[in-house]
Design a binder for this molecule. Structure first.
Ligand code: FAD
Ligand code: NAP
Length: 322
């Protein structure tokens, strides 16, 4: 027999966006259910030090913060279930979602908080240096490299913004790009070229992340000139890969409006999607800020939007019955 979980509000994802939505929804009496997905706690569980989440003077650990958020969500009445959703039907009410284990989820409102994953170059040496100098988030980790030489890889808006941001901490920032022109908007390019702390290495890709020292840490990058194949080394202690993100929206293609980069499109100033009763929050709908605190903020908005939507629906049903 099929196991069915029915709820007024289903939250897809257990990162800061999903768990914050759950905390607000539970406190509004909506008895939400959170489906965790294959990364319980989300992206912050893949990092160590978090220094910019408000409320903590001392450095806190990403996995610990997410355990606390889950504990708070459960404490106020959220059911957190381990499952991964592989099918979604948003054409009928209540909405129906199917989990890998065969469970069917039936919900009046859905909050999508499935996040996004940074793209990496895919080098084994990059994998080994993650957390030891290789990062995909300058806003998150740039502070750890203050006063040190750093590099950014990529030529889009994100790469240029990250390079500019890093000049708050370093006077020696190298942008490495595989072509001879940037994809970034002109205004950002103008700021980049005007900044004396940034130099650009064109026509180059990273061949290796170079490790050294004890404990092991990044000491440099071997760069390959894509025209000649020649390898040269630059000394850097931090390397920020900024070659794009992939929002986790595969499930929703053709079912919800997505923007040109595949993020869930929401109405400006709200978390409402193209389907009534479906809300999106966090990195899955935000390609600009991508921070734990902004994800939590939009998670709060999604719960409030869902609560107001349900209240309006219930009011209309009452009016119709009178
Ligand atoms: P995520 O955290 O990505 O969570 C997505 C959730 O959705 C996961 O639980 C996943 O299992 C679930 N999911 C996905 N698909 C499905 C599915 N089909 N079914 C069910 N569940 C699903 N931000 C900061 O503010 N400060 C920092 O110091 C910082 N450091 C970072 C360090 C690293 C290494 C990384 C990668 C990110 C860092 N960030 C930091 C960014 C921050 O982690 C993200 O902005 C934030 O986690 C986004 O939250 P989210 O809830 O939108 O999504
Ligand atoms: P993006 O625009 O797709 O740019 C990715 C960059 O990485 C490109 O320059 C690309 O090179 C390079 N790249 C991709 N794969 C690579 C690889 N394997 N090796 C080396 N380089 C590689 O991504 P983004 O900068 O993250 O921006 C994503 C979207 O968000 C865009 O729509 C952007 O406008 C938007 N955004 C806007 C703002 C803003 O408005 N302030 C800020 C951030 C992001 P090529 O150029 O050679 O393809």
């Amino acid at each position: 027999m099929t196991n069915t979980v029915s709820t007024r509000l289903l939250v897809l994802g257990s990162g800061p966006a999903g768990l914050t939505a759950a905390i607000y929804a539970a406190r509004a009496g909506m008895s939400p259910v959170v489906v965790q997905g294959i990364q319980p706690g989300g992206q912050l569980t893949t990092t160590t030090d978090v220094e910019n989440y408000p409320g903590f003077r001392d450095v806190i650990q990403g996995p610990w913060l997410m355990e606390e958020m889950q504990a708070q969500a459960e404490h106020v009445g959220t059911r957190v279930l381990w499952d991964h959703i592989s099918e979604v039907d948003l054409t009928r009410r209540p909405f129906r979602l199917s989990g890998d284990g065969g469970t069917v989820y039936s919900c009046d409102t859905l909050v999508i908080a499935t996040g996004a994953q940074a793209r990496w170059l895919g080098l084994p040496s990059e994998e080994r240096m993650k957390g030891k100098g290789a990062s995909a988030c300058a806003t998150c980790d740039g502070y750890f490299y203050r006063g040190k030489k750093v590099a950014v890889i990529g030529g889009g808006n994100t790469a240029v913004e990250e390079a500019l941001y890093l000049t708050n901490h370093s006077h020696d920032v190298t942008l490495i790009h595989r072509r001879d022109s940037l994809r970034a908007e002109k205004i950002l390019q103008d700021r980049l070229f005007a900044n004396p702390a940034i130099k650009v290495v064109w026509h180059s890709e990273v061949a290796e992340f170079v490790a050294g020292g004890t404990p092991e840490a990044l000491v440099g990058l071997d760069l390959r000139d894509v025209r000649t194949g020649e390898i040269s080394r630059i000394d850097v202690e931090g390397a920020f890969v900024a070659i794009g993100h992939d929002p986790a929206t595969e499930l929703f293609k053709g079912k919800l409006k997505l923007d040109s980069d595949g993020y869930i499109a929401v109405e400006t100033g709200s978390t409402r999607t193209s389907v009534d009763g479906v809300f999106a929050c966090g990195d899955v709908m935000d390609k600009l800020y991508r921070q734990a605190v902004t994800a939590a903020g939009t998670g709060c908005m999604a719960a409030l939007d869902a609560e107001r939507y349900l209240a309006a629906q219930e009011y209309e049903a009452l009016q119709a019955a009178e």
